[in-house]
Design a protein around this ligand. Structure first.
Ligand code: NAP
Length: 259
């Protein structure tokens, strides 16, 4: 199952940490050639070295996913390194927590650029490679926050993640001419460096509100991304899957206490 990933050229944005690192690791362990992209060189290089030490084939490149020139350079570096681009995992994102009353318009724009503009840029930059090979895969990392749930401080973040799903529908139609699919994984609360920054109390409250009673692991998202990227998922496009341990299901606190 899913052996079709072996030898594929994969980009994972935000692959230096957290969910991106988990996605990169899952793909690399399946035999893919993985380009890890992030702004910070040190963490990207460290992630790459750790995976290669386990026999994986990864490289890293510095990239700011909100910048068109930087995204184009990342995609070209991948094509030069691995002979093309088969799979784009547009995962990099930021989630500063600021309530609307206190938020500067600049922060809104920055979150939109990092989370939503980046999805457009990453897809656009890969199109020539998908067209050339006659096939491709895009997997976006969206979120439950925005499309399904809300949380004070994340109006910009939620809008950007819901916006990704709006982008996804038309992108699925436009990419079909290149025999390319695009789908999104919607994580719940996944234990990452970024989530740890929100503090221990946040982590414990969240874990308690999840029916499976734990935060997600980065590999839980990596495995869902792997499925969307596989040949076996060739007929699925424009879709999203929630991977959240059941977090969005309980109707009330009481319902959660019943289990
Ligand atoms: P994280 O631990 O903070 O890691 C974020 C990664 O993205 C890092 O590699 C970071 O590297 C990179 N990045 C951030 N801004 C970038 C930019 N402008 N250009 C290039 N790379 C950039 O975050 P995470 O928790 O793994 O989240 C990853 C994705 O999953 C995000 O899209 C997030 O919204 C989504 N998500 C996370 C959760 C969760 O519970 N953790 C839940 C739902 C959705 P540099 O800083 O070095 O660039």
């Amino acid at each position: 199952m899913l052996t079709s990933i072996k030898g594929k050229s994969v980009i994972v944005t935000g692959g230096s940490k957290g969910i991106g690192r988990g996605i990169a690791s899952v793909f690399a362990k399946q035999g893919a050639n993985v380009m890890i992209a992030a702004r910070g060189a040190e963490a990207a290089e460290a992630a790459c070295d750790a995976m290669n030490a386990e026999g994986c084939s990864t490289k890293w490149t510095s990239c700011d996913v909100s910048d068109w020139g930087s995204v184009q350079a990342m995609v070209q570096a991948t094509a030069d390194a691995f002979g093309g681009v088969d799979i784009m995992c547009a995962n990099a994102g930021a989630f500063p927590q600021t309530k609307i009353a206190e938020m500067d318009p600049e922060e809104w724009d920055q979150v939109m650029a990092t989370n939503l503009r980046s999805a457009f840029l990453c897809v656009k930059a890969c199109i020539p490679h998908f067209e050339k090979s006659g096939k491709g895969r895009v997997v976006l990392t969206s979120s439950i926050t925005g499309p399904v749930t809300g949380f004070p401080g994340w109006s910009h973040y939620g809008a950007s993640k819901a916006g990704q799903l709006g982008f996804l529908k038309t992108a699925a139609m436009e990419l079909s001419r290149y025999n390319t699919t695009i789908n999104a994984v919607m994580p719940g609360n996944i234990y990452t460096e970024g989530l740890q920054d929100l503090g221990q109390e946040y982590l414990e409250t969240m874990a308690a509100s999840i029916p499976l009673k734990r935060l997600g692991a980065v590999e839980d998202i990596g495995n869902a991304a792997l499925f969307f990227a596989s040949d076996e998922a060739a007929y699925i496009t424009g879709q999203q899957i929630v991977v959240d341990g059941g977090q969005i299901i309980p109707e009330s606190l009481e319902a959660l206490e019943e289990i």
